[in-house]
Write a protein that binds this ligand. Structure first.
Ligand SMILES: [Zn+2]
Length: 60
């Protein structure tokens, strides 16, 4: 199984004309600037999943 991460904007020119590239997994091509790039999943961040628990009930 493969989960695709689809970019919404080209990281180079910001255009939305993106199409899956032929270079393989995670490859995308921008139709606006003709750049090909590849997304790579680096891993999960250790931070961010846990919320700071204040232990208090903040009301307003
Ligand atoms: Zn582009």
């Amino acid at each position: 199984m493969s989960e695709r991460a689809a970019p919404f904007h080209c990281p180079y020119c910001g255009d939305e004309d993106l199409r899956p590239g032929e270079q393989g997994h995670g490859a995308w091509e921008c139709g606006a600037c003709n750049r090909a790039f590849q997304l790579k999943f680096l891993g999960l961040l250790a931070r961010g999943l846990k919320r700071a628990d204040n232990g208090g009930d903040d009301r307003t």
